[in-house]
Design a binder for this molecule. Structure first.
Ligand code: SF4
Ligand code: SF4
Length: 305
C-alpha cells in the first residue's frame, strides 16, 4: 500500500488516500436533493456494482496555488489537466507493477468526507487541510493483495461556517446551508451549448468561474502571478485568432474544443471591451455564424456600441 502511495507521488500527486470500497449513502441523499449535475446520474452510490473486482479505492489529490488574478482563467483548469495526466501515468505504473487499476468515476468528495478526511463546504467544494479547496481529485479502483481497512487519521471537522460570502458572489447556485442548485452554476453553461444571455453578461472568466473559492475566508491566502504562457495562450482574442491547439495543451483537449472555448472567447472579448476582437468576430460570423449566433450577436452588438 505504501508502494501505491509512492507511485502516486512519483506520478505528480501531492497526496493520496486508499479507502475500502463501501456504499456512500450521504451522496445518494445529496443527489436526491437535486444538488448534482445530471452528468453525475450514472454514478452509483455503491461502487461495488460497477467495479465488483476492486477491493480499494485510490483517491489522489493534486494541490495547486491560485493566481493573484483569476479574471482570465482560474488556475484550477491547468491544474486539472495536470492531474488528468498524472493519473494516466499512475495507472500505467500500477498496471506495470501488477496491480489492476482503472480510472473511476465515483463520488470522491463524499468518500473523503465520510472518512473524516475532508469537509464539505457551502460551495460544494471539498476542504482539505492544509490546501483548503485548492485541490483536484482523481480516483481509481484497485485490486490489491490485501484489503484496505482505513481508520480516519483526521477527525471530521465542520469548516464552513455559512458566512455567505460565496453565495453573494455566485451566479445563483449557492443557496446556503449546503443547498445548491447546479442549474445556476455558471459551469453548467460552459459545456458547449449556446450560452443564455444572463450567463453571458455575468461570465467573468474562461471556462466558468471559481469565485466561490477565491472569496472563502477559510482558504489559504498564498497566490502566484498568472504565468505569461497562460496569459498569452488563453487571451480571448488569441483564441479567436485560432490558437486552440496551444490552449488544448494547457487545459486539455476536451475543454479546449471549439464549442466550448470559442463560444466563451467571443463573450469574454466583448465583456472585456476588446474591440481588437471585432475583425475576428465578423469573420467568424461569415464562416460559423449559425453555430455561434447567440454569442456573436451579443458580442458584436456590445463592441459596436
Ligand atoms: S465562503 Fe463562507 S459559506 Fe462559503 S464555503 Fe467559505 S466559509 Fe462556507
Ligand atoms: S463556480 Fe461560480 S457560479 Fe458556480 S457555484 Fe462557484 S461562484 Fe457560483
Amino acid at each position: 500500500m505504501k508502494r501505491v502511495r509512492t507511485l502516486a507521488k512519483e506520478a505528480g500527486f501531492t497526496e493520496s488516500f486508499l479507502l475500502p470500497v463501501e456504499p456512500y449513502t450521504d451522496w445518494t441523499r445529496h443527489r436526491n436533493d437535486g444538488v448534482f449535475h445530471p452528468n453525475a446520474d450514472p454514478l452509483v452510490s455503491d461502487p461495488k456494482e460497477t467495479y465488483p473486482w476492486a477491493n480499494a479505492i485510490l483517491i489522489c489529490v493534486l494541490a495547486y496555488t491560485p493566481y493573484t488574478d483569476e479574471s482570465l482563467v482560474a488556475s484550477y483548469y491547468p491544474a486539472s489537466n495536470r492531474a488528468y495526466h498524472a493519473m494516466k501515468r499512475l495507472l500505467e505504473q500500477l498496471n506495470a507493477h501488477g496491480i489492476r487499476a482503472e480510472r473511476a468515476e465515483t463520488p470522491y468528495r463524499e468518500q473523503l468526507v465520510r472518512h473524516g478526511i475532508g469537509s464539505r463546504m457551502d460551495n460544494q467544494l471539498l476542504y482539505l487541510e492544509p490546501y483548503g479547496t485548492y485541490i483536484i481529485l482523481q480516483g481509481a479502483m484497485l485490486s490489491l493483495n490485501e484489503p484496505v481497512d482505513y481508520e480516519p487519521k483526521r477527525e471530521p471537522k465542520a469548516v464552513c461556517d455559512h458566512c455567505g460570502r460565496c453565495k453573494r458572489v455566485c451566479f445563483g447556485a449557492i443557496r446556503g446551508d449546503f443547498a445548491f442548485d447546479w442549474k445556476r452554476c455558471i459551469h453548467t453553461y460552459m459545456e458547449g451549448e449556446p450560452i443564455p444571455e444572463d450567463a453571458m453578461e455575468w461570465l467573468p472568466s474562461l471556462l466558468g468561474c471559481m469565485r466561490c473559492q477565491s472569496v472563502c475566508p477559510k482558504n489559504p491566502k498564498t497566490a502566484v502571478p498568472v504565468p505569461e504562457p497562460v496569459r498569452e495562450t488563453l487571451d480571448p482574442v488569441r483564441i479567436l485568432q485560432g490558437n486552440r491547439k496551444a490552449a488544448g495543451e494547457l487545459i486539455g483537449r476536451n475543454l479546449a474544443g471549439p464549442n466550448r472555448l470559442v463560444r466563451q472567447a467571443i463573450v469574454l472579448a466583448a465583456n472585456r471591451k476588446r474591440t481588437d476582437a471585432l475583425p475576428y468576430l465578423l469573420k467568424l460570423r461569415e464562416t460559423d455564424g449559425e453555430r455561434f449566433k447567440a454569442e456573436l450577436d451579443y458580442a458584436i452588438t456590445l463592441l459596436q456600441k
